[in-house]
Ligand binder design. Structure first.
Ligand code: SAH
Ligand code: DHB
Ligand code: MG
Length: 221
């Protein structure tokens, strides 16, 4: 199937099924206007994150990589009134844009955007006793996916769900000899998954307006 057909179907499904609303659309356009890269999840994956978190009954969510808060808004909308979403972002400008988008969506009371390298922020989050988290979305730098996954397990409970974005990378995940840190991060994550008896997982390939990629869904047993 051609990229053009995938995009056309994506547009149709987004319009007919996913039905992103004005606040989500505003978050995307404001992020673009602020010069952020166009790498937020697709509307379809955003809606899936929202549905998974709701189906699971998530009350505490931890996100790695906020960008402009597009995936954050989908996820935060799955929470009950007393729920909390903590999202970690390296770039202060991204975090500022995200806070504005999240406020515009009326979600500031449930979302906490923290600025810094995720690996530097995690020990403090653990020490504050903010876990265990019910749902994790790993979508920051890909080289550190293995460490984010280990931290997720550490801050999880049986039944927690971990979704990891960008694990296909236009098929480059197949390149065993790749020197690309992102590809190596994904491949190392997959080896961790295979060796980890405490989880059950699958990976889904996607072909949408953003091209060929995929995500992993993991349940902590
Ligand atoms: N989840 C977002 C997209 C995130 S893009 C969405 O779908 O809407 C990846 C983000 O991770 C970028 O904003 C980037 O600045 C951030 N990032 C990169 N390295 C990071 C690190 N070490 N710690 C925290 N965030 C990081
Ligand atoms: C990139 C990061 C993402 O999270 C994504 O969904 C797509 C691309 C990137 O860093 O190129
Ligand atoms: Mg991503």
């Amino acid at each position: 199937m051609s990229r053009k057909l995938h995009s056309a179907i994506d547009d149709y499904v987004n319009r007919q099924v996913v039905r992103e609303d004005a606040a989500l659309r505003a978050a995307r356009t404001a992020s673009e206007r602020a010069g952020l890269p166009p790498i937020a999840v697709s509307p379809g994956l955003g809606k899936l994150l929202h549905l998974l978190a709701r189906i699971q009954g998530a009350r505490r969510i931890l996100e790695f990589g906020t960008l402009g808060g597009y995936s954050t808004i989908w996820l935060a909308r799955a929470l009950p009134a007393d729920g909390r979403l903590l999202t970690l972002e390296l770039d202060p400008h991204h975090a500022e844009v995200a806070r504005r988008n999240i406020a515009h969506a009326g979600l500031s009371p449930v979302v906490d955007v923290r600025v810094g390298r995720a690996l530097d922020l995690l020990p403090g989050i653990e020490a504050e006793g903010l876990g265990p988290f019910d749902f994790f979305f790993i979508d920051a730098d890909k080289a550190n996916i293995p460490d984010y996954f280990k931290w997720s397990l550490r801050l999880s409970r049986p039944g927690s769900v971990v979704v990891v974005d960008n694990v296909i990378r236009r098929g480059r995940v197949l390149e065993a000899a790749s020197k690309d840190p992102s590809v190596r991060g994904v491949r190392r994550f997959n080896r961790l998954l295979a060796a980890e008896p405490r989880v059950s997982a699958t990976t889904i390939q996607t072909a949408d307006g953003k091209g060929h990629d995929g995500f992993a869904v993991v349940r902590v047993e």
